[in-house]
Design a protein around this ligand. Structure first.
Ligand code: 13P
Ligand code: SF4
Length: 357
């Protein structure tokens, strides 16, 4: 993992203009988002400090499966995008420390305007969200005034505010099925998830042409070779992968669904086509099973999300100690986005959605 893109992104800048502050913290050059990165005293027991700060702040720590294993281990809840939104919606804590990427923390803030939401690294974005700017999206949507707009949760609050309903990879099929058959649908921003949902539901949809830089790196050729090398292994894949990969898969699903499949399958070996963070809970769930990470077709040979991996245990500690970076979502964007997020949570809770305003 040494030479991989994620590690290079995290370490970029270290060694330049480094100076010591009076509080024994190394001050480093500004990051793209304007935060001053700091390096923590290496003798601190970070897990203990994080637990102490959690009590002090009355905070809950939510972590996505794509986080480093030490972050997953210190979290109160580890899950996929839907599970994390559901936890954020029901938490009684005063503060939410969101160990994931920006759109996830924004969703927590949309649901909890009165709570403090902290994200360890403000630069932790997402290629899907970045490639769907709200102004361009709003102009594009003008072509489809009759359509119900379904947006994957991997988008900005401003794009959520332009949408009728949000979905995650866990519930995208249910959300699409909840729209009356005579209503045309726009689906954004992941074209691969959109195409897969079209196949599952038989619904035609207009797709925004976005993609995930991690999942698009898995190639059919490499995966076919892995399958030939491990004929007993089942291929499990996230629906953000290309269609050519998904057609080879024995199971397609969200990170929680992939984990559940590994937990309950009688098979002894699995080729895993998603971000490598999921291997940590999979190893715990099935210490007897062989887990074979699918290799991306370029860059490093490890499928690590360069955004998710910007968060480190040190930054979790620092954001709790300093109360920043903090997420804010301006009104009325928040209230418009909340309507679309609430509809998703309602459909997932079994309530009926009638396809937009
Ligand atoms: P899920 O959490 O829905 O599995 O999606 C994975 C992902 O790429 C999150 O950014
Ligand atoms: Fe975005 Fe892909 Fe990273 Fe998920 S894995 S946060 S979709 S870039």
């Amino acid at each position: 993992m040494q030479g991989c893109v994620a590690r290079r992104v995290v370490r970029r800048g270290i060694g330049k203009d480094v100076r010591m502050s009076s509080t024994n913290v190394l001050e480093l050059p500004l990051t793209a988002s304007g935060m001053t990165p700091r390096v923590v005293d290496p003798t601190l027991d970070l897990e203990d400090e994080i637990r102490r700060l959690k009590r002090q702040l009355n905070a809950v720590i939510l972590a996505h499966y794509y986080q480093e294993s030490d972050i997953q281990d210190v979290a109160d809840f580890v899950g996929d995008s839907l599970g994390l939104s559901q936890e954020a919606a029901k938490t009684k804590a005063d503060a939410i420390v969101f160990c994931g990427v920006h759109f996830m923390a924004e969703t927590a803030k949309i649901l909890n305007p009165g709570k403090r939401v902290l994200l360890p690294d403000l630069d932790a974005g997402c290629s899907l969200a970045d490639r769907c700017p709200p102004e361009t999206f709003a102009r594009w949507l003008k072509q489809y005034p009759e359509h119900t707009v379904i947006s994957y949760i991997n988008c900005s609050a401003a794009v959520k505010a332009l949408s009728d309903v949000i979905c995650t990879s866990s519930n995208a099929v249910d959300i699409v099925r909840s729209v009356p058959k005579d209503r045309p649908i726009v689906f954004a921003p992941d074209r691969h998830l959109g195409r897969w949902v079209m196949k599952q539901t038989g619904r035609d949809m207009v797709l925004w042409p976005g993609f995930c830089v991690v999942h698009e790196q898995f190639s059919q050729r490499r995966i076919a070779r892995l399958k030939a090398e491990h004929p007993d292994a089942l291929l499990i894949a996230h629906p953000e992968c290309e269609e050519s990969v998904l057609t080879l898969a024995d199971h397609v699903g969200s990170t929680s669904s992939l984990l559940q499949f590994v937990r309950t399958s009688p098979a002894k070996a699995f080729i895993v086509a998603t971000e490598a963070g999921i291997l940590h809970p999979m190893r715990r769930a099935r210490p007897d099973a062989k887990l074979i990470p699918a290799e991306p077709s370029s860059g490093c040979n490890c499928a690590l999300c360069p955004y998710m991996r910007l968060n480190t245990l040190e930054k979790v500690y620092l954001c709790m100690r300093d109360g920043r970076p903090e997420i804010d979502v301006p009104e009325p964007t928040r209230t418009d986005a909340l309507r679309a997020v609430r509809r998703m949570l309602d459909v997932s809770a079994g309530k009926v959605f009638v396809g937009g305003d």
